[in-house]
Ligand binder design. Structure first.
Ligand code: NAD
Length: 321
């Protein structure tokens, strides 16, 4: 069995390798070659932890496995480690033997940023110039860094419930040599591309605060009850997702579907656009919305890529098992 420790991931994995892995597995999901298993997520009644598994099988990429982990809210204060903890296990689909164990913390941020980037690559207008961020936490930095590589952006604007976190966005904009402007929610109308990545349980962005022609990636809603945008925005937009079953149950679309504003059949898997079986954006005025719920196959795809890189670079630890 190969082990790729968390500490090695930053030196091995690139944004472009994560993008390619995620784009490929989204395409495989849409063509029926890859599928996710039902998600398990439990409050275990210890350490206030939420623990679970996300798994799947990609017959095209021959990737079988699961990500195990969750959220331990007291980690930082009591143990000096981050609250989100996860590990990916990969298995040989021919024999069932465990193939690799891979640190999943950094990979989660990279694969989540890759998902919104894939949506921007395939759905945003080519002439997008202003990117708007809603959220400025840990994930937001990864999201913005990856998104800035997708179009020739000239300016970053951002809003966050906790304004003291906005320098996180300013720092990433500065890395790319771009100006950053903090705005009120009404100011987000200037954005051609919007990413929302918060832990909100109520709509933040209203339907009339988004301009025609915008692409919005809603990335924060990954659990029942969470919400970032007005359900009316989904009715106004053409809605895409990583996986329709997750979109309507734990994703942003759960609210619009429950309110009867859109139907499950109105939602398209982004993989269909990647595969060319859906035309994607229909006009320069259309609002496109990507509901990025986060699927296990994304984790497996980036973990498999990092195992290959670790082997190539001689840093995979081999153990007899
Ligand atoms: P974080 O704690 O670092 O940041 C949280 C962000 O949400 C901050 O911008 C904070 O100001 C904002 N926020 C907190 N409470 C809010 C509220 N009530 N209303 C509006 N904004 C609020 O967290 P993070 O690691 O950046 O994660 C952000 C979200 O992304 C979480 O909900 C997490 O579950 C989700 N996430 C989704 C995926 C996916 O695949 N879709 C993957 C990883 C994380």
């Amino acid at each position: 069995m190969l082990i790729v420790p968390e500490r090695e991931i930053a030196d091995l994995m690139t944004r472009s390798a994560a993008f390619d892995a995620v784009e490929k597995v989204f395409a495989a999901m849409a063509s029926g070659d890859a599928y996710n298993f039902p998600v398990i997520r439990e409050a275990i009644g210890h350490a206030d932890a939420l623990y679970g598994f996300k798994g799947g099988f990609d017959r095209a990429g021959l990737t079988l496995g699961l990500k195990a982990g969750g959220y331990w809210p007291n980690n930082l204060d009591q143990h000096g480690i981050i609250n989100h903890q996860s590990t990916v296990f990969l298995f040989d689909p021919d024999t069932g033997r465990v193939r690799a164990m891979v640190g999943g913390n950094l990979l989660t941020a990279l694969r989540t940023a890759a998902a919104s980037s894939v949506s921007i690559r395939h759905l945003a207008r080519d002439d997008a110039k202003v990117i708007g961020m809603i959220g400025a936490g840990h994930q937001a930095k990864f999201q913005l860094r990856a998104a800035l590589e997708q179009r020739d952006f000239e300016k970053v604007i951002g809003w966050n419930l906790h304004p003291e976190m906005l320098p996180n966005l300013e720092e990433v904009a500065a890395e790319a040599g771009l100006p950053f402007e903090a705005v009120e929610l009404d100011g987000i109308r200037e954005a051609d591309v919007i990413i929302s990545i918060t832990s909100s349980f109520d709509a933040i962005l209203m339907a009339d605060q988004v301009s025609p022609g915008t692409h919005i990636a809603c990335m924060g809603t990954d659990t029942k009850g969470k919400q970032e945008v007005d359900p009316a925005l989904l009715a106004r937009a053409t809605v895409f997702t990583d996986e329709v079953a997750q979109s309507v149950s734990i994703g942003e679309a759960q609210h619009a579907v429950a309110a009867g504003l859109i139907a499950e059949s109105d939602i398209t898997q982004i993989g269909a656009v990647i595969n060319g079986t859906h035309p994607g954006r229909a006009s320069a005025e259309e609002i496109t919305l990507f509901d990025g719920t986060g699927v296990g196959l994304q984790d497996l795809a980036v973990a498999a890529a990092v195992v290959d890189l670790a082997v190539q670079n001689g840093v995979a630890v081999e153990v007899d098992f």
